[in-house]
Design a protein around this ligand. Structure first.
Ligand SMILES: Nc1nc2c(c(=O)[nH]1)N[C@H]1C(S)=C(S)[C@@H](COP(=O)(O)O)O[C@H]1N2
Ligand SMILES: [Mo]
Length: 395
């Protein structure tokens, strides 16, 4: 009886194997031409370069928003974050067609037989499954974020950060495993393979991938690289479009501050060793300064503007703040992720860090943070708090 069951199982397994070998996906059914290690190597190198740049700029952005205690950040050039985040979104966008092309190149390997050859082989396949799944998820989440689409309830930044570390780990394993293949295919083969009679040539394939990559990059990069603003067809925000010629991420109405921000009784409170508060007229009577600084949103758009207002360090000095103190700025907004922003002394004491009251010489539009907003060099847009109510010296 037991024998009969097991022989039935064997027969069934044999059928599965036979079917697999006859399927259009069987081993050897693919032209070796584009689905080969040389193509995979060329694409892999490009992907690795984009990934490295995307990871470094991503880590910079992450730690600016969630610094570890010992961290301090560069404050010049003032456009450093703007450049970094522009590169992050541009390389991330370019990675979408590149990764799809790479997956297309290697997908016949999904159908190799036997499925696993050894425990080590099983481990390798598992690491690739993790790499592919997390990379696709990561690019999807990042892309959804750039178009302000959040169809999930978890914290984007936390998940995006941890996924990047999982990807880095599985990518390093993948590179280590493929090192012999990489080495063998790093250079152009001496005798070029014959061009197939039909189908894609390698040149045609690469030209298509390059065209797709350039197309998605050029039609989105204009949101931060303003000379290409006119081409930013796929970009969710365009330079120069918004109140006072500047885009807005969250309006006063969305933040529910329309009433509190326009209340004539508005006062700014500075909490420190000598706490005080000021009306808007009193703020306007203090020494005023002008700076040209960009807003650089994590989502990828950025734009320069001329801001006018009071230096944060002047306000802090008046409160008796020590020069090495951290500072927390809080909004009139009662909830929302970006109602507060913390900064170290490198930003708080910088001459270009303002409590801005004006934009391009005019009173701030309410959607840009009227009556007062924070603006500091080399910081993510999310930390440029609008509708500021309190400034607190942290001990
Ligand atoms: N209080 C508060 N400040 C905020 C935000 C917010 O939601 N609430 N959004 C931030 C984000 S994500 C960006 S990119 C900038 C946008 O500034 P802008 O609307 O003046 O262009 O404001 C930042 N300041
Ligand atoms: Mo933003």
């Amino acid at each position: 009886m037991a024998d009969m069951v097991s022989s039935k199982r064997v027969a069934r397994a044999a059928t599965v194997v036979r079917r697999h070998r006859l399927s259009p996906f069987r081993d050897g059914a693919f032209s070796t031409f584009l689905h080969n290690p040389r193509t995979a190597t060329v694409l892999g190198r490009l992907i690795a370069a984009c990934f490295a740049l995307c990871l470094l700029t991503g880590l910079y952005s992450h730690f600016l928003q969630e610094p570890l205690g010992w961290m301090t950040f560069p404050v010049r050039p003032v456009w450093l974050y703007r450049l970094s985040q522009g590169l992050h979104v541009a390389t991330g966008t370019a990675l979408i067609p590149l990764l799809l092309a790479k997956l297309w190149t290697v997908y016949p390997r999904l159908f190799t037989w036997p499925v696993v050859r050894s425990p080590l082989h099983a481990l390798e396949r598992l690491s690739i499954a993790v790499l592919v799944a997390t990379s696709l998820l990561q690019l999807f989440l990042g892309f959804a974020n750039t178009v302000k689409w959040y169809p999930w309830s978890f914290s984007f930044r936390t998940v995006h950060f941890w996924l990047s570390l999982v990807i880095l780990g599985s990518l390093l394993i993948h590179i280590a495993v493929k090192l012999p293949l990489l080495r063998g295919n790093w250079r152009k083969p001496k005798d070029p393979e014959p061009t197939p009679a039909s189908g894609w040539s390698r040149r045609g394939f690469f030209a298509t991938v390059a065209a797709a990559t350039v197309a998605v990059t050029v039609t989105t990069v204009g949101q931060s690289f303003t000379p290409l603003g006119g081409l930013a067809l796929l970009a969710p925000r365009k330079p120069g479009v918004g109140p006072q010629g500047l885009p807005v991420n969250r309006t006063a109405a969305q933040a529910n501050v329309t009433e509190t921000a326009t209340d004539a009784g508005y006062r700014l409170t500075v909490r420190g060793p000598r706490t005080y508060s000021l009306s808007l007229d009193e703020l306007n009577a203090l020494p005023q300064h002008e700076v040209e600084l960009p807003i650089a949103c994590v989502e990828g758009w950025s734009q320069n503007a001329r801001w006018g207002g009071v230096r944060l360090r002047d306000l802090l000095k008046r409160a008796g703040a020590p020069p090495d103190a951290d500072v927390e700025v809080a909004s009139l907004e009662t909830d929302g992720h970006y109602r507060t922003s913390r900064m170290g002394p490198e930003f708080a004491q910088d001459a270009a860090t303002l409590l801005a009251l004006r934009l391009d010489g005019e009173t701030l539009h309410i959607d840009h943070g009227y009556p007062a907003r924070l603006i500091a060099p080399a910081r993510p847009g999310v930390l440029q708090t609008k509708w500021v109510a309190t400034i607190e010296v942290l001990s």
